[in-house]
Design a binder for this molecule. Sequence first.
Ligand code: AP5
Length: 216
Amino acid sequence: MRLVLLGPPGAGKGTQATKLAAYLGVPHVSTGDILRHNVTARSELGKKAKAYMDAGGLVPDDLVIAMTERRLKEPDAKKGFILDGFPRTLAQAEALSKFTKLDAAVNLFLEPEELIKRNTGRRVCPKDDTVYHIFMNPPKKSGICDKCGTPLIIRDDDREDVVRTRIETYESQTAPLIKYYRDRGLLREVYASGLIQEIFLRTIEVLKESAQSRGR
Ligand code: AP5
C-alpha cells in the first residue's frame, strides 16, 4: 500500500500513520520527523531547514523532494509506505507522481479550534518520535515516553503563534492538494475527530472501500 496522509497541523497524521504502518507492515515516512532529526544533528539540511520550520513556513521544495525521494528508494519502502507530511505543495505532488504511483491520498479533516488544542498540548519523544498529548493521549508516566523511557519535549513550532502560522501555511499551500488528488480519483476523506482508535478504524474502512472500488 502506497499512501499519502493529508491534513492540517495537528489533524493526527503522525498518530494515525504510526498505527497504519504497523497494521499494513510498511514504513511510516514523516518528512517532519526526518527534518527535525536533521536539525538536531545540525546536518547541512537541518541548518538550511531550521529557520523555515521555526517560523511555521515550508522548507524549500528542492530540499524536501530530494530528501523524500532518497527515503522512498530505501529497501523497506519497496513494499509500500505511509507518507506523512509530503507532498505539501503542487510541485511536491508532481515530483512524487514521477517517482512513485499511489494507491490513495487520505485527507484527515478537523475543525480549526481543535487543531490549536491538539498542537499546543502535544509532547513528543525526541528518540523514537512517539507523539502524546498532555490531556487527550497522555503517557503512563507524566513527561516520559512509554516505549523507551526518554523525557518528552515540546516541539519548537508548537507555540500558539507558530501553530496559527502553520495552519495558514497549510491553507494556502497544501489544501489545494485535496482537489489535486480528487481530480485524479485518489482522494479519500476521513473525519479526524473522536478517539484515536475510532479514527484508525474509519481510515481502514475507507481504504478497504477504496481497494474494492479499484478492483483489488
Ligand atoms: P510536520 O511534522 O509534518 O508537522 P505538521 O504537518 O504541522 O503536522 P503535525 O506533526 O503538527 O501534526 P499531525 O497531523 O501529525 O498530528 P499528530 O499526530 O502529531 O512538519 C513540521 C514542519 O516541517 C513544517 O511546518 C515544515 O516547516 C517542515 N516540513 C515537513 N514536511 C515538509 C514538506 N513536505 N515540505 C516543506 N516543509 C516540510 O497529533 C497532534 C496532537 O494531537 C498530538 O498531541 C496527539 O497526541 C493528539 N491527537 C492525535 N489524534 C488525536 C485524537 N483523535 N484525539 C485527541 N488527540 C489526538
